[in-house]
Design a protein around this ligand. Structure first.
Ligand code: CA
Length: 229
């Protein structure tokens, strides 16, 4: 459940906001002073802070500034005056949105939901994605070293995986068996380039629907192999 902190000194407003947010399945904490609100915002694990501007102890400008120094949590600032919103913007405090009193509780809830969705997208996009190579139904997860064919995982040995990945990352390029052997086995190909042929055969059995009519790895007779895109 998402947690919201309301910092608001007018008890009736705070309670109304809380009621509406709880109806939308948010878990709500209320603080009625700026200084204690700041402490709670910094020590707790909130998904969003609704921050009134005029507060005892410390005003909303200061609270917002201090929160921003420490946390990325979205801050929705509430003010009774349009002028104050201009001031918040001018100060560049890093508030994510502003709402003027009086507002309808449903408008507040809508704003909160929009910000939470936006924030989770931003956080999500910041996560490191696995390095993937995708060609038609073939999906190679380089980070996890896993291969999927039409959504089904296939088991690959280390060399099979390396060979397939190398070819898939260099499509439309013909490589000789010697080149592939040197590249993947990392030594001069003295003699055993048949190893490449054996590995290509095994890879095809795993990724091709019809190995006699390969859709991914083509044999270029007399030369070597080419990955088709
Ligand atoms: Ca107030």
């Amino acid at each position: 459940m998402s947690k919201i902190l309301i910092v608001e000194d007018e008890e009736a407003i705070a309670d109304l906001e809380k009621d509406y947010l709880e109806l939308s399945d948010f878990e709500v904490t209320i603080e009625n002073r700026g200084d204690t609100g700041l402490q709670t915002a910094l020590s707790g694990d909130f998904d969003l802070v609704i921050l009134d501007l005029m507060l005892p102890g410390m005003d909303g400008f200061e609270v917002c500034r201090h929160i921003r120094e420490k946390k990325d949590v979205p801050v929705l600032m509430v003010s009774a005056k349009k002028d104050d919103i201009d001031k918040i913007r001018g100060l560049g405090l890093g508030a994510d949105d502003y709402i003027t009193k009086p507002f309808s509780p449903s408008e507040l809830v809508a704003r909160v939901k929009a910000h939470m969705a936006r924030y989770s997208r931003l956080v999500g996009s910041g996560q490191k994605q696995n390095d993937m190579v995708e060609i038609r139904g073939l999906k190679i997860d380089k980070t996890a070293r896993r291969v999927y064919v039409d959504g089904v995982e296939k088991n690959f040995t280390t060399k099979e995986f390396d060979l397939l990945t190398f070819l898939a990352e260099n499509p439309n390029h013909v490589f000789t068996k010697e080149e592939l052997f040197r590249k993947i086995w990392n030594m001069d190909s003295i003699g055993d380039i048949a190893t490449v042929t054996v590995h290509i055969k095994k890879i095809r059995e795993k990724i091709e629907f019809d190995t006699s009519n390969p859709q991914y790895i083509e044999t270029i007779w007399g030369v070597g192999y080419r990955f088709k895109v």
